[in-house]
Design a protein around this ligand. Structure first.
Ligand SMILES: Cc1cc2nc3c(=O)[nH]c(=O)nc-3n(C[C@H](O)[C@H](O)[C@H](O)COP(=O)(O)OP(=O)(O)OC[C@H]3O[C@@H](n4cnc5c(N)ncnc54)[C@H](O)[C@@H]3O)c2cc1C
Length: 333
């Protein structure tokens, strides 16, 4: 969707770090914020953060932007708010422990869309790597341990996480062929996963069935259905999909599970990313962007569209930063 040329998180973080250096902005790392200091007029006046050795240091501020994502790294909150993901692997940063929501609750902020999140139905196991959903959009399929398709892969990778977790063992196999393999190899994540042994190469349906551990006849029937074209849909959801061409040997298979990438609900904000109180009024100098704030994906897993995460983080961060600069230059009270 929107990516740096490397198509990796490292590439994005490197550019952010360069921008911070070029602008001569002090950056403190290894510092976990534990407390917000707020005066009687609901103005944030500083934060307290903990160093790795346990010392607490304090820093005053004129405005504060919460960019500490949501609660994907907090298993108790995931169990309570996203019960369908309670057994999912969390693939984001474990520091995303729901701090922003806890502070918001303490301050009387309004929360919104807590049921929204980015799931992913294509997380290679045991390697722990993202296998791009582009493979599915180009004609790959997902089958369960019985060799059966179980959902319409074109509905999206986020909701696919729930469907995959519902299969026996909470796993599925991504099945694709040589043209799709060539595309996959343009993604660095896939190249790393392949180097780690995630991709099984199978010359025949028989070999593919052996890798998956299912009956060959079942797999033959499943693959035969990928030859369907327009006008030949039947009523079963999993077979509603239209394929441009059938998959052909040699096949590839990757064992995957459903993962939680990040949560999309959080602090309610206005169009300038100012955090709103229970009555819908903005706090004087508290802003939020990215996963800390309510996103644009609604209140359920299926509302997440590819790119929505960085959209609210990058565009939201840009808007919040400009508003914060304005508030610091021209305080409203
Ligand atoms: C594997 C994976 C692939 C993804 N691919 C895409 C993609 O292709 N496109 C897309 O749009 N989105 C993608 N996303 C989602 C995207 O990464 C997130 O939406 C985005 O990073 C959120 O940005 P953020 O700044 O809100 O939080 P993050 O980038 O998660 O950063 C928050 C940081 O705050 C730290 N933190 C939390 N609490 C505290 C605290 N109290 N004190 C100090 N620090 C704290 C955390 O440790 C973390 O480092 C992906 C996510 C994952 C996990």
């Amino acid at each position: 969707m929107h990516a740096t040329p490397e198509k990796t998180g490292v590439g994005l973080m490197g550019r952010l770090a360069n921008a911070v250096t070029a602008a001569d902005i002090p950056l403190i790392t290894e510092a976990t914020v534990r407390e917000l200091w707020v005066n009687a007029r609901q103005r944030v006046i500083g934060v307290g953060y903990e160093r790795p050795d346990g010392t607490l240091e304090h820093l005053a501020c004129d405005a504060l932007i919460l960019a500490c994502n949501g609660f994907g790294g907090n298993p108790a909150m995931v169990r309570e708010l996203l019960p369908e993901m309670r057994d999912a692997l969390f693939a984001g940063h474990t520091g995303n422990d729901g701090s922003a929501i806890a502070w918001g609750q303490a301050l009387g902020a309004r929360l919104a869309d807590l049921g929204g999140y980015q799931g992913h139905g294509s997380w290679a196991i045991p390697q722990g790597a993202l296998i791009s959903w582009a493979l599915m959009m180009e004609g790959g399929i997902q089958v369960n341990a019985l060799g059966e398709r179980f959902h319409d892969e074109t509905q999206g990778y986020s909701e696919a996480s729930v469907h995959v977790l519902a299969q026996p063992g909470g796993v599925a196999w991504n099945v694709f062929d040589a043209p799709i393999l060539a595309l996959a190899r343009t993604f660095p994540d896939f190249v790393d996963a392949e180097a780690a042994g995630a991709v099984k190469h199978c010359d025949s349906v028989q070999a593919l069935a052996a890798v998956i551990g299912c009956e060959e006849s079942k797999l033959i029937a499943t693959l035969a259905n990928t030859t369907r074209t327009w006008g030949q849909k039947d009523s079963k959801l999993a077979e509603n999909r239209v394929f441009q061409r059938p998959l052909q040997a040699p096949y590839c298979a990757v064992k995957v599970t459903g993962a939680l990438f990040h949560t999309q609900g959080g602090l309610d904000i206005d169009a300038q990313c100012r955090v709103l109180d229970a009555g819908g009024q903005p706090f004087p100098n508290l802003l939020a962007a990215g996963g800390a704030a309510r996103g644009v994906s609604g209140d359920a897993v299926w509302g997440y569209l590819s790119g929505n995460g960085l959209l609210s983080a990058v565009a939201g961060g840009f808007i919040a930063a400009h508003k914060a600069a304005e508030l610091v230059t021209h305080p409203e009270d």
